[in-house]
Design a protein around this ligand. Sequence first.
Ligand code: DQA
Length: 147
Amino acid sequence: KRLLVINGPNLNRLGVREPGIYGGETLATLESGLQLVAEREGINLETFQSNHEGAIIDQLHAADTDYDGVIINPGAFTHYSYAIRDAIAGISTPVLEVHISNVHAREEFRHHSVTAPVSIGQIVGLGFYGYELGLLAMLQHLRGKEN
Ligand code: DQA
């Protein structure tokens, strides 16, 4: 199996950006931790981060043929990017949404996700561990499809 983890805008600043909300660990630490999980699960994992909406959309299009599943944290795009929502809706590769913080305990504008309805599920508020859970849940989802 081949999975892709996409991190959206400002997530390259993990560790320095609002550490009270997102923690003190970096994106590099997050990604290397996920590589260990992928190794343990015997799957191929690639990671991608961009601050640009179009670059994220291009990756989603590529994922339609190149990956079996996508774990995405669209950052603030979650709340208003119909373009990313349409990109997810337009590929047959399943997408699972992750948020580090508990968006429901924060500002009102973070309570709504335009991307969640086109994703297989959403994990919020569990920190970096949410990505690991997302990865395992995606593998379970893909196994279910095989049966
Ligand atoms: C986030 C939550 C978003 O509201 C915010 O804009 C982010 C990060 C999270 O992982 O908690 O950039 O997606």
